[in-house]
Design a protein around this ligand. Structure first.
Ligand code: PEP
Ligand code: MN
Length: 334
């Protein structure tokens, strides 16, 4: 935990009194700390968390004291988080990651065909939903654990790591060979699920809920991080606004904001934002230019026959073209 004193408009004498007060309480409570005096703040890094009673006591000293608990906050982390997958692929900390694949895993032929194409154009990670959160119970629900087995097969053949969505904890036993577990927008505030994912070490791709604030997505990631799982990737996938001409509104501001306020990799999902494949290239370019650490795009070998989200999926030709354009933007930015 970090305790900060806001130095702005605090004179030297008041500041010394506040510091003395804090240090007395911490010493009494036998809490170890270190102190850094910065331009705007005095930062106390505490070795442990303090309870509500002690917090209250400290707050009585001055209103200029702020508590920082978030493990991903910049107060804790000067450097960006770098996640390393089993195959050595690095995510975050200046590495850009291309994730692509169909909305849903449909058949062996489909997923292997797509995986081999994506590998051939330089994609890093294969996505594909096995368990699908669908608005209507009458729509295609995904093929469940068979889908995960097919993803594993595609991983073996293509060499691409895989990411797929977990909807409930009883599915976790099938995720042993999955490289990244996705938590979908609809489950961003399923705190029980997040807490359990904090107990494992596998990287978690946490999608922003479509009506969630930046603070809420950050706090959801803290449920995972505070449990001991340090590997979280955030994903902006569009939010619901008053605009209803498109599926969602891509919130490009989320990318610099989340990167400023956390050390976590932040990726973009332009497919679920746009809802229509024709808008995906423009949104993708905006996301890359805004500094995202990666991009997840839905790609299908035959979008018009896809069992879910076909209207927003790019075919191979369109994805190849976009991938080249995004590589060019990345080159210019580097
Ligand atoms: C998905 O990635 O297939 C998906 C269902 O996304 P979201 O949770 O963002 O709707
Ligand atoms: Mn989808």
């Amino acid at each position: 935990m970090i305790l900060k004193i806001d130095r702005k408009n605090t004179n030297v004498k008041d500041l010394q009194n506040i510091k003395n007060g804090i240090e007395n309480i911490l010493l009494n409570e036998k809490i170890k700390f270190s102190c850094d005096v910065l331009d705007d703040y005095v930062n106390y890094k505490l070795d442990s968390f303090i309870g509500d009673k002690v917090k209250k006591e400290i707050l009585q000293i001055s209103r200029k004291i702020i508590f920082v608990q978030n493990k991903s906050s910049r107060e804790y982390n000067k450097y960006d988080l770098e996640i390393v997958l089993d195959n050595g692929l690095k995510i975050g900390n200046g590495n850009f990651t291309f994730i692509a694949g169909p909305c849903s895993v449909e058949s062996e032929e489909q997923i292997i065909n797509i995986a081999l194409f994506l590998k051939s154009v330089g994609v890093d990670i294969l996505r594909g939903g096995a368990y699908k959160p669908r608005t209507s119970p009458y729509d295609f629900q995904g093929i469940g654990k068979d889908g995960i087995l097919l993803l594993e097969k595609a991983k073996k053949i293509s060499g691409l790591p895989i990411v797929t969505e977990l909807m409930s904890l009883d599915q976790l036993e099938y995720f042993d060979n999955v490289d990244i577990i996705q938590v979908g927008a609809r489950n961003m505030q399923n705190f029980e699920l997040l807490r359990e994912l904090g107990k494992i070490k596998k990287p978690i791709l946490l999608k922003r809920g479509f009506s969630s604030t930046y603070k809420e997505v950050i706090l959801s990631s803290e449920y995972i991080l505070s449990g001991g799982n340090n590997n979280v990737i955030l994903c902006e996938r569009g939010i619901r606004t008053f605009e209803n001409s498109v599926r969602n509104t891509f919130d490009v501001t989320a990318i610099p904001y989340l990167k400023e306020h956390t050390n976590l990799p932040v990726i973009a999902d332009p497919s679920h934002s746009a809802g229509l494949s024709k808008y995906v290239p423009a949104i993708s370019k905006a996301a890359v230019a805004s500094g995202s650490d990666g991009i997840m795009i839905e790609v299908h070998n035959n979008p018009s026959e896809a069992l879910s989200d076909g209207e927003q999926a790019l075919d191979f030709e369109k994805y190849s073209l976009l991938k080249k354009e995004l590589d060019n933007i990345l080159n210019v930015m580097s």
